[in-house]
Design a protein around this ligand. Structure first.
Ligand SMILES: Nc1nc2c(ncn2[C@@H]2O[C@H](COP(=O)(O)OP(=O)(O)O)[C@@H](O)[C@H]2O)c(=O)[nH]1
Ligand SMILES: [Mg+2]
Length: 405
């Protein structure tokens, strides 16, 4: 793994720098705004410092510019990890560290003390063994945290085994936590939000009934129209229930955006053409039962017809899933949608659960990028792009931590 720091005037510029050097697979581990203090404030502007990482896979390192290639290592670069500890991440992970340390103290107290005193008397070789033993304890602790967050056992095992096999003898709780934290961030990957820079975009919202597709459209429409000043139109293919059309109409009325109701794939293409002046077109679809292959077939037809209509638009597809759905059901749902290519995952109802493991599980299962998360019924505020650093901490602590600047 390559871990490096980049500074620039804005976060976007710093991320660009990182991607230029490390390639598009680079993932941001941490973002920090550095404020100038004292006299420096007069002469220098505040800047943003990001820490970015790249997992060195064979195919990834091939795509790197030659001058930036680094020798691949089997073990994580603990020097880099330690440097991070001293810098920003240590601060961010303080709570996590204390939490785990406390728990270790409470749970393992007696056993550890007994082992400690027995081993203290023995020679160096054996104290190495003690360290290895405590590494295993720390790893088990971290593993338990992941399981508490409902990370799939197999996935938690892979993460822990990876770390275990690359740990040096002198590893301590700090670099174990950091190694797991970084591994999780790399597994979560960079979220893919709606990108309006590349021209007009039609955005489809797919997924089961009741997960929050229509509400999410209203939130995003508001964000793009009111905060970003773009022109937005809506189309609904959800004609199974009158209430569903009315619901979208209500939001469209409040936001003052046009809506079309369509019944066939051809009508959808016509509606997209009709809105050729609009920057963004949100398409609401009926919640298809993943057990009903006929309904899913209709949905695929709608998408195929749109994609093959020669429209000059980008097409984004969000598979909307509720964070409260059971893991096994989520697996069935995502498997039912697996023929639909290039979907991104959008998780709703994060406010209704404490265990976010399914987000990591489904991301790993599908390989599809994450995008937005929603955490409440309020339109427009309860939506944001996934904060992977926050999510990784949450998976390790089970606690919401305050964002700092
Ligand atoms: N708690 C919570 N409820 C949500 C969230 N998003 C949507 N909902 C609610 O879930 C219900 C179904 O939402 P709707 O948008 O109609 O789902 P759709 O059938 O997928 O279009 C509504 O009561 C929404 O207010 C969320 O992030 N958190
Ligand atoms: Mg709906």
């Amino acid at each position: 793994m390559i871990v490096k720091k980049y500074t620039a005037a804005t976060e976007t510029d710093a991320v660009l720098k990182a991607k230029e050097e490390l390639g598009s697979g680079a993932v941001v581990l941490n973002v920090k705004t550095v404020k100038q203090r004292g006299l420096a404030r007069i002469f220098k502007k505040d800047f943003v410092e990001i820490t970015a990482a790249l997992e060195e896979k064979e195919n990834q390192s091939q795509s790197l510019p030659i001058e930036n290639r680094q020798p691949s290592k089997d073990v994580p670069d603990f020097a880099a990890i330690n440097a991070l500890t001293e810098a920003t991440i240590e601060k961010k992970l303080d709570t996590l560290h204390n939490l785990l340390a406390d728990q270790i103290k409470k749970n393992e107290d007696d056993k550890l003390r007994a082992e400690n005193s027995a081993l203290q008397k023995k020679n160096d070789e054996e104290s190495d063994e003690l360290r290895e033993n405590s590494n295993i304890k720390y790893l088990r602790m971290v593993y338990n945290k992941l399981i508490e967050s409902e990370v799939d056992e197999r996935l938690a095992n892979v993460i822990i085994e990876d770390i275990d096999s690359s740990l040096k003898k002198e590893a301590n709780i700090d670099n174990i936590i950091l190694a797991v934290y970084q591994k999780i961030i790399l597994k979560l990957g960079e979220p893919a939000a709606i990108d309006t820079e590349n021209g007009r975009t039609v955005v489809f919202f797919l997924g089961p009934t009741g997960v929050g597709k229509t509400t999410t459209i209203a939130k995003l429409a508001s964000e793009f129209k009111i905060n970003k000043g773009l022109s937005v139109a809506m189309i609904t293919a959800d004609t199974y229930r009158i209430a569903a059309v009315e619901q979208l109409n209500t939001y469209a009325g409040i936001l003052d955006v046009p809506v079309s109701v369509i019944f066939t794939p051809e009508e959808l293409v016509e509606a997209i053409k009709k809105y050729s002046e609009y920057d963004l077109i949100f398409v609401d679809t009926a919640g298809r039962s993943h057990r009903n292959t006929e309904q899913l077939g209709e949905l695929e037809e709608i998408l195929m017809t749109t994609e093959n209509a020669g429209l000059d638009v980008n097409i984004d597809k969000f598979l909307v899933l509720s964070a409260t759905t059971k893991y096994r059901d989520l697996l069935n749902i995502t498997d039912a949608y697996k023929d639909i290519k290039d979907v991104r995952l959008l998780f709703t109802k994060l406010d209704e659960t404490n265990a976010y493991g399914n987000i990591l599980n489904i991301r790993a299962h599908t390989g599809a990028p994450l995008s937005y998360v929603t955490s409440g019924q309020a339109v427009p505020e309860d939506i944001s792009v996934v904060d992977v650093q926050e999510l990784a901490k949450r998976l390790l602590t089970g606690e919401v931590q305050d964002n700092q600047d």
